[in-house]
Write a protein that binds this ligand. Structure first.
Ligand code: PEP
Ligand code: MN
Length: 338
């Protein structure tokens, strides 16, 4: 059960609702986010909704049978809209592109990438400054100084910064220079990090774990939402399967399933999902037809010289071609009514 409370509810009214729910054998967790005030009830007993729903202070009561509640689509009729200002929104029914290098390397690289994105009308630039690398000897990112440079250059060009946060201690120093906190696949179940991102008033792009199920992704999203942050996007980025022909297996199935289960926007990352440059474009287009609300991918002026993930990174020419095709594909999906 999910109870939305009125903003002017008083403590006595809230207590009365909790008592009533407890009497029905429901455990109640109070959640206050930047946007709303909720009581999340977990329990199994059937009850007449009127027994609780009519109590003063309740805006709405929803029966949500899923184990995750706040991120479930069962209660929220209108899908989540993440508003970045300047007419920039991530939402169902619109198509968002986020692009940039795997790693931020230097000013010249950022400048060239921004020029490419501005030319193409892309308003989000991705790029890691704290890089989770399989080997400790690989390039691990420019750190906070690199982020400041990245952010300043993006700001000057009206571009939003999407960058990965790897640990709790990085959140506060990164926050002034970050528009979207990316949680990487290796951290999807870092529950301490998720709890802390719940306290942040900035959107979070939560990637699916390397071997994580769709439900596990939704439970992780529930951590952030129940921690207080509703500005959440989910990202399908491929999972590890027995297949070795590609880096990961982009789970296109996850897209319509997530769209049905949750009100959160679904962004797809075909770069990590495939890992092979030539095949990033067809997977991006397939993801759009499957219902993705946006695509995040890697691009670099000289992919063969990229400090990380060059093999899956598009050149600017490839990126431009893919952007045109993605826009056409999205228009076709709309025309088909999908
Ligand atoms: C990345 O976006 O560069 C990255 C490391 O992604 P993931 O966490 O999906 O592997
Ligand atoms: Mn990468």
């Amino acid at each position: 059960m999910l109870i939305q409370l009125q903003s002017d509810i008083n403590p006595a009214q809230k207590e009365a609702i909790i008592q009533k729910a407890n009497a029905l054998k429901y455990k109640i967790t109070e959640v206050i986010t930047q946007q709303g005030h909720y009581l999340v009830g977990t329990g199994k007993a059937d009850f007449d909704v009127r027994a609780v729903g009519n109590l003063p202070g309740i805006k709405d009561l929803h029966i949500v049978s899923d184990d995750y509640k706040l991120v479930s689509r069962k209660w929220k009729v209108n899908p989540t809209v993440i508003d970045f200002g300047d007419g920039l929104r991530v939402k169902e029914g619109e198509f968002t592109i986020m692009a940039g290098p795997c790693s931020i390397e230097n000013e010249a690289q950022v400048e060239k990438t921004i020029n490419h994105l501005v030319e193409q009308g892309v308003r989000f630039m991705r790029g890691g400054v704290f890089k989770p690398r399989s080997s400790p000897y690989s390039f691990r990112g420019l750190g906070l100084e690199g982020l400041k440079m990245f952010y300043d250059m993006c700001r000057a060009n009206g571009i939003k910064v999407v960058t990965e946060v790897m640990q709790v201690s990085q959140i506060a120093p990164m926050e002034p220079y970050t528009d979207v906190f990316q949680v990487g696949a290796r951290n999807t179940q870092n529950f301490n990090l998720l709890d802390e991102l719940g306290k942040v008033d900035k959107p979070v792009l939560l990637k699916r774990g390397i071997s994580g199920t769709i439900d596990e992704l939704l439970y992780s999203a529930e951590y952030i939402f129940s921690g207080g942050n509703e500005k959440l996007m989910l990202c399908e980025r491929g999972i590890r399967t027995y297949e070795t022909a590609s880096r990961n297996t982009l789970d296109l199935n996850a897209i319509p399933i997530l769209k049905e289960k949750t009100h959160l926007p679904v962004i797809v990352d075909p770069s990590h999902g495939m890992g092979i440059r030539e095949y990033v474009e067809p997977m991006a287009l397939a993801a759009i037809m499957a219902g993705a609300d946006g695509i995040i991918y890697e691009t670099h002026e000289k992919p063969e010289e990229a400090a990380s993930d060059g093999a899956q990174t598009l050149s600017f020419t490839e990126s431009e071609r893919m952007i045109k095709k993605m826009q056409k594909t999205f228009a076709l999906r709309k025309e088909l009514g999908n």
